[in-house]
Design a protein around this ligand. Structure first.
Ligand code: ADP
Ligand code: MG
Length: 633
């Protein structure tokens, strides 16, 4: 077994860290000690340090949201500062505008106004983020970052031009927070709240990432097609993640307003939005603690640079922005994943791996009743697919029955993958119907296919390479459990999560990869990664299994093991379609074979019929020996 190339942050993965580590503390204990130290020394730190630490806390809250959005979810936003602004302005307005004060103070008292401000900020942010998200998140590539810049700029100018928000001067006289009559005016006291909010947010996010929903969020980075095939509604998840990051930013803005006691548009402009992104990326875009590290480094550095640069250069100006740009390039060159993973690797040598207690009382996952053996479960009726003038599939019909292995073969470019995409919902036929479980699928997305019992693998393996094999496989069972984001954040999903992981392990064992369950998927050989994809598909308890070249890259014994597995699955009543080039494998395994050439079916029949079919032999020309290989072996 090769050593893990990186150590993921979830508890289950930490357990697999090299046993060589022999430190005193586990990672969790070290965190607890650090937090305790901070708490104990907090009262003695100099005033200035407390203020700087409070700012670092505020920035970290925003950066934690960005780690979720950018590092984990793969969406880049330059616009988080605008959401901080919404949070800050909402509370400043609620606490100071005569109209609001008059209407609300009678109800909640003056001390209650900031809490109304918080609620207002969160609601506004929710609405704005959901609205912006549903428009901009549909865009791909460079458009999303560009859009975040655009609305960041527009919100900034909006703040500056609204007279009731004080224009460029902003709003002064924002009151300090009070909690049950106790004032948080002293920065040392407010700082405690800021860090408490930060730590609680990180705990919630950590829990979310370490759950079924977290796997779905990570899957967003694995590409839309893969995530959708696992039953994840990617558009919905992207919007939710975007809103979540925005809400964290708004909470930071709320705290900021009550710390500064005034707001103006400057801290919410695009520059600062870019700085937040720096923090997340420099710290380590995929790691929650990287957000805190990034916020600390950038805040301290910015302060130093603002002091030093103007006197060095003899003029004043925002030179730190230039230096930041250079710094970012350096860090990304040197530490591609940000600084946190490097620190983590170093610390792994000093830390003791944490023990994972076996989960108690696993919940029961949703079970599917498989259709009777011999019934048609997937059917393509006269399916044609055109790409412009090219007819990739021409009037293809095929039936896949429960308890049968059906092979689809044909020379390169024959249209096999195209057909595969249409019967799995990745693409829609130009003409003709696909029926799954007797349901006409029309233009249904692939997650609907998954819901009806279709599991699949990909010709080009699509796994989350950095995550462990067991996490990758558990993603396949996504649809069989139901706990949502809030339940996951609050750890109310443990029974279900234990059941999902147990199911994943069962499928990994079954596919013969038990020894690799806890290593990152990318550390496996390509052939084994294909098997992981099969295990992932099986975790969804499919009725139909579509395998695109499952034997490619496997050694002889591994191929035989795969054939045994598929034979067993067939006996259990699954319907299996394989696209495969290895003729020996196909001829020995398949019950029926369909041959495609130039997008057209030229033959369908048993292996023996196919091997004796003249058209097929002609189509394969030089490959005829390959075809014959199946008979002789
Ligand atoms: P196979 O998997 O059998 O090798 P494919 O289904 O990948 O074949 O391709 C069949 C034909 O369709 C090829 O000529 C290929 O170039 C073409 N094709 C596949 N996908 C697209 C696409 N998205 N746009 C245009 N042409 C495509
Ligand atoms: Mg192909």
């Amino acid at each position: 077994m090769s050593a893990p190339t990186s150590t993921p942050s979830t508890a289950s993965a930490v357990a697999s860290a090299p046993a060589a580590a022999s430190g005193l503390l586990t990672r969790t204990q070290l965190t607890a000690v650090a937090v305790a130290l901070l708490a104990i020394t907090w009262g003695f730190l100099p005033e200035f340090t407390v203020v700087v630490m409070s700012y670092i806390g505020l920035y970290s809250i925003v950066a934690v949201g960005l780690v979720m959005l950018t590092g984990v979810g793969g969406m880049t936003s330059f616009g988080q500062a605008a959401f901080v602004g919404i949070g800050a302005y909402a509370t400043a307005w609620a606490c100071t505008s005569p109209a609001a004060v008059q209407a609300l103070s009678g109800l909640v008292g003056m001390g209650g106004l900031p809490w109304v401000g918080l609620a207002l900020g969160l609601v506004l942010t929710f609405v704005v983020a959901w609205g912006l998200g549903s428009v901009t998140l549909k865009l791909s590539g460079h458009y999303l970052p560009l859009c975040t810049m655009a609305w960041s700029l527009s919100l900034y100018y909006l703040f500056g031009n609204m007279q009731f928000l004080g224009g460029q001067t902003g709003i002064t006289g924002v009151p300090p927070l009070t909690i049950v009559g106790y004032s948080l005016a002293d920065p040392r006291v407010l700082g405690v709240l800021i860090w408490a909010v930060l730590l609680v947010s990180m705990w919630l996010m950590n829990n979310l990432l370490d759950s079924r929903e977290g796997r779905a969020i990570r899957a967003l980075k694995g590409g839309r097609v893969m995530a959708e095939s696992m039953g994840v509604d990617t558009a919905h998840y992207r919007i939710k993640l975007f809103v979540l990051a925005a809400l964290l930013a708004a909470v930071s803005g709320w705290l900021y307003a009550h710390m500064q006691r005034f707001v103006n548009p400057t801290p919410f402009n695009l520059n600062i939005g870019i700085e937040y992104l720096f923090m997340a990326v420099v710290g380590g875009a995929g790691h929650l603690w990287g957000a805190v590290l990034g916020a600390t480094v950038i805040t301290l550095l910015k302060q130093k640079l603002q002091d030093v640069l103007p006197s060095l250069l003899g003029t004043s100006g925002n030179f730190e922005v230039v230096v930041f740009g250079l710094l970012m390039i350096f860090v990304l060159q040197r530490f591609a994943e940000g600084m946190w993973p490097t620190l983590q690797r170093l610390s792994n040598r000093l830390l003791r791996p944490s023990k994972v207690s076996p989960p108690k009382s696993a919940a029961v996952l949703e079970q599917r009743t498989l259709p009777a053996s011999g019934s048609v479960i997937l059917e393509a009726k006269n399916v044609t697919k055109r790409f412009g003038g090219l007819v990739a599939n021409n009037d293809v019909s095929m039936r896949i029955k429960a308890g049968e292995v059906h092979a689809l073969i044909g020379p390169n470019g024959a249209g096999k993958s195209t057909f595969f995409n249409m019967i799995s919902g990745v693409d829609d036929p130009t003409e003709g119907d696909v029926r799954l479980m007797d349901k006409v699928m029309g233009k249904s997305p692939s997650r609907d296919f998954a819901a009806l019992g279709l599991g699949r693998t990909f010709q080009h393996v699509r796994l989350l390479g950095q995550r462990s094999v067991v996490e990758n496989v558990a993603l396949g069972a996504h649809r069989r459990a139901h706990k949502g984001w809030i339940a996951s954040m609050l750890r109310l999903d443990r029974g279900e999560e234990a059941a999902l992981l147990a199911e994943a392990r069962r499928q990994i064992e079954r596919c013969g990869l038990g020894a690799f369950a806890d290593v990152p998927a990318a550390s496996l050989a390509l052939g084994q990664q294909r098997i992981v994809e099969i295990a992932r598909a099986l975790a969804g308890q499919p009725a139909v299994l579509l395998l695109d070249e499952p034997a490619a890259g496997l050694r002889h014994l591994e191929k035989r093991a795969l054939a045994d597995l598929l034979t067993q699955l067939r006996a259990e009543g699954l319907g299996i379609l394989v696209v495969e080039h290895d003729m020996e494998f196909v001829m020995n395994l398949a019950d029926r074979i369909t041959v495609l050439e130039f997008g057209t079916v030229i033959a369908t029949g048993t292996p023996t019929e196919i091997q004796n079919n003249q058209r097929v032999l002609d189509a394969y020309l030089g490959g005829a020996d390959d075809l014959a290989a199946g008979i002789t072996k």
